[in-house]
Ligand binder design. Structure first.
Ligand SMILES: [Zn+2]
Length: 142
């Protein structure tokens, strides 16, 4: 019978436990995500509340860059002899923004359940006196 190093067995058991624990945590995370109410988010990434119910247009505003400038940090980085490629700054940076309305024409996300309206219960029908039958003579009986 082959003998195994106890350390190897321990390492294999820890690795197996790590895999099983990972699967359990992944399943819990998925279950929790299913329990949370799904948000009505449109394809334009804006909430249903931003969409006009009559026209369907999205009325959310976004900050969009309208002017880019060359990044001054890039020149500093290029002068540095000890520079690392991983620290390379972006070539351009935003200098000016403008608020623009979202161009979305129609909500495409999940539809929320309709709101139910239930009138307040009253006891009017119980307290109201019953209609009185007309006199028998009025109906033509003798
Ligand atoms: Zn939008």
């Amino acid at each position: 019978m082959p003998s195994f190093d106890p350390t190897l067995i321990l390492v294999v058991m820890i690795f197996a436990g790590y895999l099983v624990f990972g699967k359990i945590m992944e399943a819990r995370k998925e279950r929790r995500a299913e329990l949370l109410p799904k948000q009505p988010i449109c394809g334009c990434t804006d909430h249903l509340a931003f969409h006009n119910p009559a026209t369907g247009r999205c009325e959310a505003q976004r900050r969009e860059v309208v002017h880019w400038i060359r990044n001054p940090e890039l020149d500093e980085w290029l002068k540095d002899d000890t520079r690392l490629e991983s620290d390379r700054p972006k070539q351009y940076v935003a200098a000016e923004w403008e608020l623009r309305q979202c161009a979305c024409q129609r909500y495409t996300g999940p539809e929320p359940l309709g709101t139910l309206f239930a009138p307040e219960l009253s006891t009017d029908h119980v307290e109201r006196p019953r209609p009185v039958d007309p006199p028998r003579e009025a109906l033509g009986y003798q």
